[in-house]
Ligand binder design. Structure first.
Ligand code: NAD
Ligand code: TYD
Length: 393
């Protein structure tokens, strides 16, 4: 890992602690992490990946296309505001990869695709993914995250006709389904669902439907619930790319409330690696939590980001932090998310690979080097969204 010695977690002292805290998985249960070598990836597969033009989906597609060139991969994405084929330029010519623009709510199209491609697996990432948008427009989240997911389950069940040998439905979900932590502790796979935002409620509902299809129809599924991702190609409505964009433009950095909310940040490429491991080695019917062992209060994270930007933009130390502005809090803002990711380490040998400092620096470097990408996605509709969300805050 190249990490410093683990620092024990202590919620009471965390809020003012700006240092990076790495909680080694071994600390969680006292057992050393076991390494498993993936053996399940030699056979040929035909995989439907949904949402592959989005942030995490594009990283997953890149990983799979390069690592498993013998797999047939169909990327289905509706190309909403969050989907961008530019994210996949480097892999779009791969022989066994193809893209289809379609909506997961469209059962007819999904059925035709299953008939045509004979998928043996689905990795489902397509979703409306932004909490603030779910507050302004919850129905879009019900439509895509709930109805779209049930549609996909139904089509897979019908196409597989009860012959489930070698089949797998992998549902990619979020730690936000567990609600908000207020008194310390961590989300485990046994934590009861307690979603608090329309986004997390819609993801929670979709998780329940996946398990219901497993229980009722024996559909072979696996679910993972991951903490906040960061990295390249993330749409600048989420905290880190939005702050990088505003820092660059000299615009205010809108910190919700007092900036005391805590998130557990994971490098997106590590999430893609985790999905790879769970897809190939996870057990049917199981849930795996994925997290970065990397909790930050928003305001502390923003200060670190400001220092990185000072350095990268040749500003004097402290200059970027002057852009910090406190704005009205998000309605129903979850206080803290923190994942206990010991199960996936213990059972499947996965753990995060890089430190937050390195990941953050690489992320900033990517956004600064890909100015055109950022410009393209922040014109037109983005400006309208930004004004709607922030102008009156
Ligand atoms: P994203 O918003 O960047 O991408 C979502 C993709 O889904 C886009 O390409 C979009 O075009 C597509 N899509 C949306 N509605 C669709 C529809 N009706 N039919 C077909 N395609 C549609 O999201 P992301 O951050 O990459 O998240 C991917 C998945 O991972 C989501 O299911 C999300 O809930 C989950 N997740 C995200 C995070 C995170 O920090 N971003 C953390 C944990 C879990
Ligand atoms: P976000 O990236 O939207 O992820 P999520 O809400 O799914 O965790 O936000 C991360 C944290 O940053 C969250 O506590 C809300 C906060 N935040 C701000 O303070 N300002 C912003 O402009 C945004 C987008 C988020």
């Amino acid at each position: 890992m190249g990490m410093e010695a683990p620092v024990p977690q202590d919620d009471k002292q965390r809020p003012n602690d700006r240092t990076f805290v790495f909680r080694a998985p071994e600390e969680l249960d006292g057992r050393p992490a076991q390494k498993r070598i993936a053996t399940n990836n030699m056979q040929s597969r035909t995989i439907l990946i949904t949402g592959g033009a989005g942030f995490i989906g594009s990283h997953l597609i890149r990983l799979f296309v390069n690592k498993y060139p013998h797999y047939r991969i169909v990327n289905l994405d509706a190309l909403t505001y969050a989907g961008n084929l530019e994210n996949l330029r480097d892999v779009e010519q791969a022989t066994k990869y193809s893209f289809i623009k379609a909506d997961i709510r469209d059962a007819d199209v999904l059925s035709q695709l299953f008939a045509e491609h004979n998928f043996d697996s689905v990795i489902h990432l397509a979703a409306e993914s932004h909490v603030d948008r779910s507050i302004s427009n919850p129905m879009a989240f019900v439509q895509t995250n709930v109805i779209g997911t049930v549609n996909l389950l139904n089509v897979a069940k019908t196409a597989w006709k009860g012959k489930f040998e070698g089949k797998r439905f992998y549902h990619v979900s979020t730690d936000e389904v567990y609600g908000s932590l207020h008194d310390g502790g961590f989300f485990t796979e046994e934590t009861s669902y307690d979603p608090k935002s329309p986004y997390s409620a819609s993801k929670g509902a979709s998780d329940h439907f996946v398990r219901a299809y497993g229980n009722t129809y024996n559909l072979p599924f696996v679910i993972s619930n991951c903490s906040n991702n960061y990295g390249s190609h993330q749409f600048p409505e989420k905290l880190i790319p939005l702050m990088i964009h505003n820092l660059r433009e000299g615009k205010p950095l809108p910190v919700y409330g007092k900036g005391e909310n805590v998130r557990d940040w994971l490098w997106v490429e590590d999430h893609a690696r985790a999905i790879d491991v769970v897809f190939h080695e996870g057990k049917d019917g199981e849930t795996y939590n994925i997290g970065g062992h990397n909790e930050w209060k928003n305001i502390d994270l923003i200060h670190v980001l400001c220092s990185v930007m000072d350095k990268k933009l040749g500003r004097t130390a402290g200059e970027s932090a002057k852009q910090i502005t406190y704005v009205t809090d998000r309605a129903g803002h979850d206080l803290r998310y923190a994942i206990d990711a010991s199960k996936i380490d213990r059972e499947l040998g996965w753990k995060p690979s890089i430190t937050f400092e390195d990941g953050l620096e690489q992320t900033v470097d990517w956004y600064l080097a890909n100015d055109q990408w950022l410009r393209d996605v922040t014109t037109g509709a983005y400006r309208e969204y930004y004004d709607e969300q922030y102008a009156k805050r």
